[in-house]
Structure formats: structure tokens, C-alpha cells
Design a protein around this ligand. Structure first.
Ligand code: PUT
Length: 290
């Protein structure tokens, strides 16, 4: 460990650690679920860390939040009712709110400290909470989905941390079954699905489970986030049986006027949407064989 630097170490990426120079630690706390740290970095702005793992930096959060949100929401016409599981920093809410057709955004986040710290230190991300369509529930996402009315959502977005710690169950088969139950026919889910370079074993399991559960289409997409392990992160995008969803060809453009309230889009566009589904050969072979 180099003094004055944060190094991200985890059994999920053994033998490597991305490091950022720390200018100042702004917050350190322990919630009921995890250690929470915010620091000012020398090169990526403020950084939110949970249990030693980077969740967002001010400089590159756009790549993750915009893609996890607009890949599903730009793939269906007129999404009205969306559920966000996790996503306590509020960035996904900020992005969902750009879609004028949205009437209701339910969100279930387990850790109130993540919400509070994000509002205090990341106002440009937590601005998502200011949208009047948002209903925030602090609680367990697994239980929330089990109790959700059948067929009630157009889209579910699962913005989770890694599958060790509080988010473990969000990567397991029963959770995906609850998601499918809560979606309307032809509804879509997008879940955080780790790195092609580090986690093909996890991705294989998710893909197998999703192929069994989602009878519409099942796809893997990915994006570049320099401060996530290996510099990339992926998403599992699935639809339930019903009207066909062609994830690779976006049909629902984002309302331009949302830039006034929620800031400009920095990463997402229709070309990068389609490109996100192009996979390197080693991953294509595995994912398509499942
Ligand atoms: N919300 C995504 C976090 C990923 C951390 N590795």
C-alpha cells in the first residue's frame, strides 16, 4: 500500500489493484451494511467507495449511469413505470428522469447512508432524487421485488455493487425470477454484469439463468469505465415474452430538453448503444453457447 494512494483490492480481481492518488478524505463511516468512504482524488474528482471498492468517480460516472439506463429505456417505446434496485447515489434516477414518457420511478436501496452521503458530496449525481416522479424506499431489493405486483413495470434497472456483500443475492436465479414476474409482457431488465476480462464465470452463470427465465431476448453489452476493475463493465439486458425488443437498435430517443435540468448527456448516443452489443470473440463464443 502506497501512502497517500487508494488501491482497490478484492478477491474478485486477485493480483491487481487500480490506484488513485488521494488529496483528501472527505467522509468515512460504517453503515449497517458496509464501510463508506468519500475522497477527493487528484485526477478523477470525488470518489465514492463501498467496502473498499470504487462505486463512482465524478469524472467517469457518466459512462456507467447513462449506459445502464439508456440501453434498456431507449430500446422500448414510451416507458412509463420503472423500478431501480440499488443505485443509491441517484445517478440512474437522474438518467431515467430524462425520458419524458416516464410517469413513476420506484427505487429500492438498502443503505440509507449511501443516499445521504451522495446527496452531501455528489449533488450533480444525486440530483436524480429531486425529480417528483421518484418514490424512494430504503429496504431490501430482493424482498421489494417479491412483493411487487405481477407485470407492473416496463423496465427494471439493477444498479448493484459486486456479488460479495449486500448485493450477493442480486446475481442469483431467484432474484431474476422475481424481476421477470414484476415486468409486463415485453418489459426489459438491465443489470450490472461485471467485467468480460475478469468475470466470465459470473457472466456465464447470469446468462444461463437469464436464458431459462426470460423468454424474449437475452443480450450482453458493455462499456468503458476507467476506474472500474479492468476498465470495463457489462450489462445483462433481457426482455420478457411479449412484444419483441431489439436491444441493438434503439428506437426511443432521449428528450433533448432534459439537459437543462439534469445536465448534458456526456457518453450515451445511438451509435455507442448499438456498438455496446459487439463482443470480443472469446466472450461471444461463451455467451452465445449458453
Ligand atoms: N455499481 C457498479 C459498481 C461496480 C463496482 N465494481
Amino acid at each position: 500500500v502506497i501512502p497517500g494512494w487508494f488501491s482497490e483490492m478484492s478477491p474478485m480481481w486477485p493480483g491487481e489493484a487500480h490506484s488513485l492518488k488521494v488529496e483528501k478524505v472527505l467522509f468515512q463511516g460504517k453503515s449497517d451494511y458496509q464501510d463508506v468512504i468519500v475522497f477527493q482524488s487528484a485526477t478523477y474528482g470525488k470518489v465514492l467507495v463501498l467496502d473498499g471498492v470504487i462505486q463512482l468517480t465524478e469524472r467517469d460516472e457518466c459512462a456507467y449511469q447513462e449506459m445502464i439506463t439508456h440501453l434498456p429505456l431507449c430500446s422500448i417505446p414510451n416507458p412509463k413505470k420503472v423500478l431501480v434496485i440499488g443505485g443509491g447515489d441517484g445517478g440512474v434516477l437522474r438518467e431515467v428522469a430524462r425520458h419524458a414518457s416516464i410517469e413513476q420511478i420506484d427505487m429500492c436501496e438498502i443503505d440509507k447512508m449511501v443516499v445521504d452521503v451522495s446527496k452531501q458530496f455528489f449533488p450533480d449525481v444525486a440530483i436524480g432524487y429531486e425529480d417528483p416522479r421518484v418514490n424512494l424506499v430504503i429496504g431490501d431489493g430482493v424482498a421489494f421485488l417479491k412483493n411487487a405486483a405481477e407485470g407492473s413495470y416496463d423496465a427494471v434497472i439493477v444498479d448493484s455493487s459486486d456479488p460479495i456483500g449486500p448485493a450477493k443475492e442480486l446475481f442469483e436465479k431467484p432474484f431474476f425470477q422475481s424481476v421477470a414476474r414484476a415486468l409486463r409482457p415485453g418489459g426489459v431488465v438491465c443489470t450490472q454484469a461485471e467485467s468480460l476480462w475478469l468475470h466470465m464465470d459470473i457472466i456465464e452463470d447470469i446468462v444461463s439463468n437469464c436464458r431459462e427465465i426470460f423468454k424474449g431476448s437475452v443480450n450482453y453489452a458493455w462499456t468503458s469505465v476507467p476506474t472500474y476493475p479492468s476498465g470495463v463493465i457489462g450489462f445483462m439486458l433481457c426482455s420478457t415474452e411479449g412484444p419483441d425488443v431489439d436491444f441493438k437498435h434503439p428506437l426511443n430517443p432521449i428528450d433533448e430538453s432534459s439537459s437543462k435540468s439534469n445536465g448534458p448527456l456526456k457518453f450515451y448516443n445511438a451509435e455507442i448503444h448499438s456498438a455496446a452489443f459487439c463482443l470480443p470473440s472469446f466472450a461471444k463464443k461463451v455467451i452465445e453457447s449458453k
